[in-house]
Design a protein around this ligand. Sequence first.
Ligand code: PAF
Length: 277
Amino acid sequence: MQIIQTISELRKTLKNQTSIAFLPTMGNLHAGHIHLVEIAKQHAKCVVVSIFVNPLQFGPNEDLANYPRTLEADCAKLSGLADIVFAPSVTEMYPEVQTMTISPPPIANELCGATRLGHFSGVVTVVMKLFNMVRPDIAIFGKKDFQQLFMIKELVKQFNLPIEIIAGETVREVDGLAMSSRNGYLSTDERLVAIQLNMALRGIVVATKNGNKNFVELEQQAIQQLSQHNWLVDYISIRSSANLKPALATDKNLVVLGAAKIGKTRLIDNIEFCIDA
Ligand code: PAF
């Protein structure tokens, strides 16, 4: 496995590669990422994993400075799985201020984007840059970041990029907590109750499958239930999984998404499900 830090070396190394699968990450890798690398391996001869904590997608009061940077441990986890780790510096990625950015569709201002202003513009801009550097045939994104996955699919579609996007399932801890680099911020007590977010989403899935289509009421009940357990809820929202618009009673393919803070840690989760309309 090669560890590459510059765009020129990356381009030189990948020049004659005919089959590239790419997994962009911000590092601090866990079993969820490893699952995505394994998917990448099944689809191409050369697997490239990028590790870059992208300043452009963090708001001024977010955790950019504290985001865990664990390159050595990450490379150890990728050894034998990835062919290339691309770990550029901030100045390599942004040698000058990135004055030209991609403006994502309006859905980028809902759900996570409602409180993380500019977040998805930062995500799609860095992903476009990385795509132009790696030039992959296939790219893998996790369903855990469902809204991000939606944005990337739109990016590829609307800019006619010749890249196949593959979605990887969310990997969960034994109690069902979605794996995330931010789980490491949780105190022991917070970790014990962190599953409550997923439980609230599961409650909505059961109620909806049992015929309750009063989506707004279900969302409000879940918010109230979490708030009573000291969560600061950002949103709980039932949406069409096809277009991420608020769910209609006639929709069959749904996703319930949630984001909430326990203590100082903001967690997100979602569950995709189908109902007989
Ligand atoms: O999901 C992430 O880790 C990041 O948003 C991504 C896609 C690597 C872009 O920085």
